[in-house]
Design a protein around this ligand. Structure first.
Ligand code: AMP
Length: 403
């Protein structure tokens, strides 16, 4: 059985076709610059060279048609007809407080995605466009929506409520939602599989450290707190996002620099984080190289980041009443031993002790999973490459089986 995974952005449409018997990726690609200048489809069938197909693609429906045509193309294709796609799994950002799990797409689900346009203005409208494009091109194929916020919906009120007047939470739905939920769920499930044990009785901190970073406290397999909030801006400092700062800084800078709300949002989302602090790059590889050459601001940016990861691990150990496992994932978590080492340093009192040799072995580009804790570490420390697409595909099959 083949499942197509779709992640639609405002001018892009990423896809993966997964064969579910052995969970192998048959092909993947991305339609870029939809409706703008020089649209192009970059497509790669597994084991073959990437092909680039420039075409006049005005909207997501045309993009989806091109994706299907390419998947069944005699030369670049990997299937014979559209009928070989059993279902489509869509990545959707925001399900608000109504969606707790993955769901079959129907009018009600589409309405929930619409209701949350305001909370996910960059993603939800695009995600819905992706769903509607697929419905047009493949009207008889079941669709599943997998929400980035869903895994975090088990948080208790004390974790998701902000200390603002309660009526404004009710009126504007301003609360913590959390993001990267599919990734946190995937790596925690994978951890229990690796350990061959049930989720019950475990206290896990999952660290999704990438260009966007978030941390989750996962108790008995359920999320009880997470670092991102109403939007993906809260929490750790990130590539170019400031993460948590004193809220008074916002009004102070708006006044001093005469910034509009939109300009301030760009400042916090695109100009801050490790990019803003280092003045060099949002990419941790560049920062590591610069720090090695003695650049103090690059070193400060890296130190700030790992210090912040450490604080969240400690905070979530407190929230869960203990800590059994730490999992590192995503671009930085999977590839950067230095950050993992510094984030764990000083947590020995919690029973956290990294094995330097094992940690240094899981480095840039090796894409492997493994344990990196020392023999005498009470807490198990793991690197587990995330696979959100596979999680979406598995959910899709599970729901398909219920139809
Ligand atoms: P992500 O958002 O999960 O794709 O993570 C991207 C970030 O991971 C980049 O900004 C880099 O700072 C960091 N990174 C470090 N090493 C690698 C690597 N070998 N491949 C990809 N990303 C890396």
């Amino acid at each position: 059985m083949n499942v197509l995974i779709v992640n639609a952005g405002s001018s892009s449409l990423k896809y993966q076709l997964i064969e579910m018997e052995d969970e192998s990726v048959l092909a993947k690609g991305n339609v870029e610059r939809i409706g703008i200048e020089d649209p192009i489809l970059k497509h790669q069938a597994t084991g073959k060279d990437e092909v680039e197909i420039p075409e006049d693609i005005k909207n997501h429906t045309q993009a989806m048609k091109l994706v299907i045509d390419t998947l069944i193309h005699p030369e670049y294709g990997v299937i014979n007809s559209m009928d070989e796609i059993a279902a489509v799994g869509h990545r959707v950002l925001h399900g608000g407080a109504k969606i707790f799990e993955s769901v079959i797409v129907d009018e009600k689900v589409k309405n929930v995605i619409r209701e949350n346009f305001e909370l996910g203005p960059l993603h939800n409208p695009a995600n819905l466009m992706g769903i509607e494009a697929c419905e047009e091109v493949m009207p008889n194929t079941p669709m599943v929506a997998v929400f980035d916020t869903a895994f975090h919906q088990t948080m208790p009120a004390e974790a998701y409520t902000y200390a603002i007047p309660y009526e404004d939470y009710k009126k504007y739905s301003i609360r913590r939602y959390g993001f990267h939920g599919t990734s946190h769920r995937y790596v925690s499930k994978r951890l229990f599989k690796l350990l061959n044990r049930p989720a019950e009785g475990t206290k896990v901190v999952t660290c999704h450290l990438g260009n966007g970073s978030s941390i989750a406290a996962v108790k008995d397999g359920k999320c009880i707190d997470t670092s991102m909030g109403l939007t993906p801006l809260e929490g750790l400092p990130m590539g170019s996002r400031c993460g948590s700062i004193d809220p008074a800084i916002v009004t102070c800078l708006m006044e001093k620099k005469n910034l509009s709300p939109e300009e301030m949002s760009i400042y916090m989302n695109k100009k801050s984080g490790v990019l803003g602090v280092s003045g060099i790059s949002s990419d941790f590889r560049d920062l590591e190289a610069a720090a090695e050459e003695g650049n103090e601001r690059a070193k400060l940016a890296l130190d700030m980041f790992s210090y912040s990861v450490k604080k969240y691990i400690g905070a979530y150990a407190a929230a869960m009443g203990g800590l059994d496992y730490i999992v590192f994932t995503a671009g930085i978590g999977e590839n950067t031993p230095l950050i993992r080492e510094h984030a764990c340093k000083g947590l020995e009192y919690l029973g956290v002790k990294i094995d330097r040799k094992k940690n240094d072995k899981i480095t840039s580009g090796c894409g492997v999973e493994g344990e990196i804790s020392a023999k005498d570490s009470r807490v198990g420390i793991y690197v587990i490459p995330t696979n959100e697409e596979l999680m979406i595909a598995r959910d899709t099959v599970e729901l398909l089986n219920l139809l």
